[in-house]
Ligand binder design. Structure first.
Ligand SMILES: Cc1cc2nc3c(=O)[nH]c(=O)nc-3n(C[C@H](O)[C@H](O)[C@H](O)COP(=O)(O)OP(=O)(O)OC[C@H]3O[C@@H](n4cnc5c(N)ncnc54)[C@H](O)[C@@H]3O)c2cc1C
Ligand code: FES
Length: 262
């Protein structure tokens, strides 16, 4: 699919909780073309001393109004600057980029396993799923749990885990996944979150002879396949048994079984 470059005015940019913010933009071209799990590469105005765009998953779109929303966590210079941008500021977006999640095959029960901004990356998958997914959200503590109400409003059963026990199950979200897999006969698991979580999800699926889709978080430069800064190792049917592929172009979503976890 053709990528679109679009000047997108900020309609609203506000704090959701803690270090997490949501920015709503008017980007009708990209909003209409977005598939679940894709991302936009964002040029931040007033940030010209740092040449590189910043990649963000597309959280939600409204093709009728042209709204495109992103949820971001302030982790460094760029995201802190983004949080300071007022309504009306125009950001240049490149998107929708990458290969997103597959639609759940007929007859399967979709399961979303998400952590941090992985909730945003998987929301559109849940919104467009013909069957409301079971949604398992994990975080360090209650302040890291995002979009619980929004997933529930889609009709999803939502289960929470926190490492410190401040909300839901005390422990890792993968414990909730194991419980779910014990009772679901044809699961279709998609996941986005920190890479150690994705690795644990992939291991659990492999132990049960299952596969799923994971959205990898890898630092990016160009975002369009030109620089090879974002390569990951995938298993391959060649004499070496593996190959490097570009996360921005061939991913960020990959079959869990194909990733060479190391
Ligand atoms: C496909 C994709 C989708 C993404 N979607 C989202 C999203 O929906 N919401 C969101 O908040 N973030 C998302 N990210 C991560 C986001 O791009 C980075 O947090 C952002 O670029 C950091 O910019 P910065 O200038 O604030 O940080 P910098 O000043 O560049 O770095 C600050 C710190 O953040 C770390 N960092 C930078 N990039 C990443 C990264 N990709 N993953 C983990 N740590 C990083 C750096 O190592 C450093 O420690 C996504 C990344 C990718 C590759
Ligand atoms: S970021 Fe340049 S090839 Fe992927």
């Amino acid at each position: 699919m053709a990528r679109i470059q679009e000047d997108a005015p900020i309609q609203r940019n506000h704090r959701l909780q803690g270090d997490y913010f949501q920015v709503d933009l008017h980007a009708p071209g990209i909003a209409a073309a977005t598939q679940p799990g894709q991302f936009v590469h964002v040029q931040l105005p007033g940030f010209e001393h740092r040449v590189l765009r910043r990649p963000f998953s597309i959280y939600d779109v409204d093709a009728k109004t042209g709204r495109l929303s992103v949820i971001y966590k302030t982790v460094g210079e760029g995201t802190a600057h983004l949080a300071s941008l007022p309504t009306g500021t125009v950001m240049n977006l490149l998107g929708p980029l990458g290969v997103g999640f597959s639609a759940p095959p007929a007859g399967t029960q979709p399961i979303v396993v998400a952590g941090g901004y992985g909730c945003a990356a998987t929301y559109l998958f849940a919104k467009r799923s013909p069957v409301p997914p079971l949604v398992l959200i994990g975080g360090r503590s209650a302040g890291d749990i995002l979009l619980q109400r929004e997933f529930a409003a889609l009709g999803c059963e939502v289960r929470i885990s926190t490492n410190d026990g401040s909300q839901g199950h005390a422990g890792f979200v993968t414990a909730l996944l194991e419980q779910a897999l014990d009772r679901v006969s044809s699961p279709f698991v998609v996941s986005c979150g920190p890479n150690p979580m994705l690795y644990a999800v992939a291991r659990i699926l492999a132990e049960r002879g299952l596969d799923g889709e994971v959205s990898l978080d890898h630092a990016m430069c160009c975002g369009v396949g030109a620089c090879f800064a974002c390569v990951v190792k995938l298993k391959a049917a060649n004499p070496d048994g593996w190959e490097y592929v570009r996360t921005c172009l061939n991913g960020p979503v990959f079959k869990a079984s194909t990733v060479h976890w190391e």
